[in-house]
Design a protein around this ligand. Structure first.
Ligand code: ADP
Ligand code: GLC
Length: 480
């Protein structure tokens, strides 16, 4: 099948979180299954080098509020390393901006986001129709990811000879809401601007567009697929999701084991597998303690965190749990970036406990890998978590995770078998789980069993890619 995978971010070029990782790993896994996969992403400023060496596929004339653009195929070296073909939508007025994919350098949303992602969605839709701008290439499946691509299924529904569309929800908390008057120029018919279309409490919702018009909706774990059909995790769209329950599938994310596996990880000082995990982790723990200025104590149980610092991730619960970790002789290393208040609470916590708590504010790929390899135990007390990748990495790295029983965390960690699962999402429940982990850690045989339980899981993308493939196949037969 010809699959167009349209996304606002794709690792290693652009990554603000798990969506970036999934947008690289799933297309690669689908390619390995024999599909012709193109990943379509805007040519942000950080990607301009690729344009110079790339191949021009099409000139796309201006339309309405959208400036003229070009579609450029990234050079073959990208295909060789990524395992898929990367197509870039080049439109400097919209995408050659300072900052990240969604926000400027002062963390304000780019003012033109509706136009920016509307254009991405429009071009994706055309690539799935007989109006394709690339002669000889029309997608069978247009696979959209999160609100920035939400208008694509809507646009596609009106185009001739169209592909089937799939909308994947990675996080329903982000919906792409804009004032309704921003719809002008976005080629949206008036009848869509009502509650049965894209309107959401007097605003324009890109996410709702995707949900209303996609031929299939998927989300990134079976539990989250159930949770979003109810309050509060439906974030107001639970009714829409219930209406479309027959086309909603929960498929757990996998991990790219060429990047995230302790036997091949190029970021860590000592590689290991299940048979060498004890010595491997000891060396990586020492390296992590040294890098983070923690006391070089091999006995102290070291808790790790890599996370966006937000209420979603329960970072505040970790702040509340620190005194207990310290009281029981543990250490904590935390890498993250996010809410200013949480950042400063964490900084002051580190100052209070030198040698015991280290907090690194920022985005640091190498440190994220070292924490997975060097920590004894990983904390992920997310209030909600559509899938979550770090608990999967933790299982593979022999770093049993402590997770709240929600979404993909509940679907991937088995209490006392591969990690620790707690509920409700309170500091008390988190502390109780930490206490259970600390007491298990004091029994090396029992702890070893826990580590082996996690490392024995097969968490790569093969099973989930097959599930996506079967969603595609069912649609392809229906739509074409
Ligand atoms: P989300 O996408 O909701 O943030 P996920 O668990 O799906 O959560 O994915 C987060 C990804 O981003 C992981 O690969 C994680 O290692 C990475 N990550 C998050 N914060 C940082 C950070 N501060 N530095 C480096 N990597 C980070
Ligand atoms: C989102 C979710 C996270 C998920 C990721 C990739 O960012 O918050 O739980 O793992 O998307 O699907």
């Amino acid at each position: 099948m010809k699959i167009l995978f349209v996304t606002p971010e794709c690792a290693p070029w652009v990554k603000t979180g798990g969506l970036g990782e999934v947008s690289a790993a799933l297309p690669k896994a689908l390619g390995e299954r024999g599909h012709d996969v193109k990943v379509l992403m805007p040519a942000y400023r950080s990607l301009r080098d690729q344009l110079d060496q790339g191949e021009l596929l099409a000139d796309i004339p201006a339309q309405g509020v959208w400036p003229a653009a070009r579609l450029v195929q990234a050079p073959p070296s990208v295909h060789q390393t990524a395992g898929f073909t990367l197509w870039l939508l080049d439109c400097p007025a919209l995408y050659d901006l300072a900052g990240g994919p969604y926000q400027d350098e002062s963390s304000q949303d780019h003012a033109t986001n509706a136009v920016r992602f509307g254009w991405l969605s429009q071009v994706a839709a055309r690539l799935g129709s007989t109006l394709t701008p690339v002669p000889g290439w029309q997608a069978d499946i247009v696979h959209c990811n999160d609100w920035p691509t939400g208008l694509a299924p809507a646009y596609l529904s009106r185009l001739p000879g169209r592909a089937a569309s799939v909308m994947t929800i990675h996080n329903l908390a982000f919906q792409g809401l804009f004032p309704l008057d921003e719809a002008a120029g976005l080629d949206l018919p008036d009848e869509w601007l009502s509650v049965s279309g894209l309107e959401y409490w007097s605003q324009l919702s890109f996410m709702k567009g995707g949900l209303q018009f996609a031929d299939a909706i998927t989300t990134v774990s079976p539990t989250y697929a159930r949770e979003i059909q109810e309050e509060p995790l439906g974030f107001g769209l639970q009714g829409v999701l219930r209406d479309h329950a027959d086309r909603l599938h929960g498929i757990l994310n996998g991990i790219d084991t060429a990047v995230w596996h302790p036997a091949v990880d190029t970021f860590i000082p000592q590689r290991y597998d299940a048979s060498t995990v004890q010595t491997g982790k000891r060396a990586n723990k020492a390296a992590l303690q040294m890098r983070c200025h923690l006391n070089p104590d091999p006995q102290a149980m070291l808790f790790g965190v890599v996370s966006r610092l937000t209420a979603q991730k329960g970072s505040d619960l970790i702040v509340q749990a620190v005194p207990e970790i310290i009281a029981q002789g543990g250490q904590l290393v935390m890498l993250g970036k996010g809410d200013a208040e949480l950042e400063s609470a964490l900084r002051s916590m580190a100052q209070q406990h030198p040698g015991r708590v280290h907090v690194s504010i920022g985005f640091d790929e190498g440190l994220a890998h070292l924490i997975e390899a060097g920590a004894d135990c990983f904390l992920m007390p997310s209030r909600f978590e559509p899938c979550g990748l770090n608990q999967l990495y933790s299982l593979v790295y022999g770093t049993p995770p402590i997770v709240h029983a929600t979404g993909g965390l509940a679907d991937s960690v088995v209490d006392e078998v591969t990690g620790f699962v707690f509920t409700p999402s309170t500091a008390e429940a988190l502390i109780a789980a930490i206490t259970r982990a600390l007491s298990r850690y004091r029994d090396p045989v029992a702890w070893g069993r826990l580590i082996q339980g996690g490392m024995a899981q097969s968490l790569d993308w093969s099973g989930s890619a097959e599930r996506y493939e079967s969603v595609y196949r069912n649609l392809h037969l229906r739509v074409i």
